[in-house]
Ligand binder design. Structure first.
Ligand SMILES: *[C@@H]1O[C@H](CO)[C@@H](O)[C@H](O)[C@H]1NC(C)=O
Ligand SMILES: *[C@@H]1O[C@H](CO)[C@@H](O)[C@H](O)[C@H]1NC(C)=O
Length: 367
């Protein structure tokens, strides 16, 4: 039951934004395909596909134990936000673009990667410590190439027998598909957790991070010219419907509470670190302004702003209000971000990000 309610919740949230945007009394939340960009809050397996040794734990318990099939390859016990959307829209999982075996790409794909930052990796990681190279600039290349590939497979010249071993969306469905962009978390988390930057220095990277997200969105919205060998130049369909998610409260993330907490730290009434939350707030304010500006610049596009921070905060304030979704053994997740712990009416989440959990036991094993 909990599962069902939350699938609906994912769908409803989307319907709600849809409603606002289109003033449509009965919105049809059906899309031909869904595509995600970002980091481990969205990655469904690109990280482990590229670096199996590095990320091998993502395919074993407790990761994915709540997901319909193993290996789920997600940095969570169950579903993430993108999954609630994908299941809500099509009731089928969303697969990583790099997934070589047993992927189903009929309803889109996923370009996000664990540790994928908004800014290009070389900008912020000059050290020797491993980080994923798949920042938004790389994910952008994957997306542009993906469209070209769809065209090749559909071309009677390049694929005369129409041979296709995979079920893929039509290129012409790209402009009616749903895209999500949820990035920046890695940029801040790395700085703060690894103490590469101080809190106030991290606050200063906000404009760069938001700019990288804005540039990425503009590139997916752009009508790109492509000249296939021996063909006239053609226009590739752009994304037209994008859900842009804001930053969760960094000061409430358990790993950051551990690293930055203590007797000198300033806490808010929910036990979160005020200075870190200011970074999220600054990010969200600027991101909101950019989304507004992009709406004006691209009037034909539908750009939704997903307020993750607001939802997170609301649950911290009033966990009992979410009791409709609370079941006795912590089978509740909200936005793919939270497990609300049933009888204790508390909120718990994974140590590094903020994703679905099964039970108190799993929380301990995971964090
Ligand atoms: C919703 O959209 C899908 C795909 O475009 C379509 O197949 C379906 O019939 C639509 N449903 C309604 C109720 O309009
Ligand atoms: C989407 O792109 C295709 C070309 O790939 C075009 O024929 C169609 O009109 C476009 N639809 C919209 C809604 O822009």
């Amino acid at each position: 039951m909990a599962r069902l309610s939350l699938w609906c919740l994912g769908g409803l949230l989307l319907c709600a934004v849809h409603l606002v945007a289109a003033a449509d009394p009965l919105p049809n939340c059906s899309y031909p395909a869904i595509y995600g960009f970002g980091d481990s809050l969205t990655d469904v397996g690109n990280g482990i596909a590229a670096f199996p040794e590095k990320f091998k734990h993502a395919e074993i318990d407790p990761y994915g134990i709540q997901f319909p099939m193993h290996a789920a390859d997600r940095y969570t016990d169950g579903k993430m936000f993108i999954d609630f959307l994908a299941f809500g829209i099509r009731r089928r999982p969303n697969y990583a673009i790099l997934r070589g075996t047993a992927g189903d790409f009929t309803y889109g794909s996923n370009f996000a990667a664990y540790g994928g930052s908004a800014r290009p990796v070389k900008v912020w990681n000059t050290g020797e410590k491993f980080t994923s190279p798949f920042s938004l600039d790389v994910q952008q290349q994957w997306f542009q190439r993906y469209k070209i590939r769809l065209w090749f497979y559909e071309s009677p010249v390049y694929n005369p027998n129409g041979r296709l071993v995979q079920s893929l969306p039509k290129l012409s469905s790209v402009n009616s598909s749903l895209f999500t962009v949820w990035a920046g978390y890695q940029d801040y988390f790395w700085s703060l957790y690894e103490k590469k930057l101080t809190v106030s220095q991290t606050r200063k990277i906000v404009p760069e991070v938001v700019k990288a997200i804005e540039e990425h969105i503009e590139k997916i919205l752009a009508v790109v010219e492509y000249t296939p060998p021996g063909f006239p130049t053609m226009l590739m369909p752009p994304a037209t419907e994008v859900l842009i998610q804001n930053q969760l409260p960094l000061g409430c993330v358990p790993a950051l509470l551990t690293v930055h907490g203590g007797s000198h730290a300033k806490y808010d009434e929910y036990g979160c670190l005020s200075d870190l939350n200011k970074i999220s707030k600054a990010h969200n304010k600027l991101l909101g302004e950019k989304v507004e500006a992009l709406r004006k610049k691209y009037p034909a596009a539908k750009l939704y702003y997903g307020d993750v921070y607001g939802v997170y905060e609301d649950i911290l304030k009033k966990p009992a209000d979410y009791s409709e979704y609370i079941h006795h053994e912590c089978e509740a997740w909200v936005w793919g971000l939270f497990c609300v712990v049933g009888e204790r009416e508390g909120v718990a989440w994974e140590g590094v990000g903020g994703v679905e959990f099964l039970s108190g036991d799993e929380i301990l094993r995971d964090s």
